[in-house]
Design a protein. Structure first.
Length: 83
């Protein structure tokens, strides 16, 4: 169940264990970003809002996104139960 972007203030909130879901308002292209990939560039102390102003749609280059937060999803490649 996605939450509004306002659920997160700084990227470091919730120990960074969430997924940022962004959907372009122009072309509807969607992608998911882990906070770590933004923190690597901007640092963990920036707000989610600040970080999102740095993003562009990889398809149409627009900067107008719908942003949602998901806690119950793991990005591809994460192993929640390695054995
Ligand atoms: Zn787009």
């Amino acid at each position: 169940m996605p939450l509004p972007a306002s659920s997160i203030d700084k990227l470091s909130d919730h120990s960074g264990s969430y997924v940022i879901c962004i959907a372009c308002r122009r072309c509807t292209h969607e992608r998911e970003i882990v906070p770590k990939s933004l923190a690597n560039i901007l640092g963990w102390n920036v707000t989610l809002k600040q970080a999102c102003t740095r993003l562009r749609c990889s398809q149409c280059q627009a900067r107008d996104f719908r942003v949602e937060i998901a806690f119950n999803r793991k990005p591809r490649g994460w192993k929640s139960n390695p054995s």
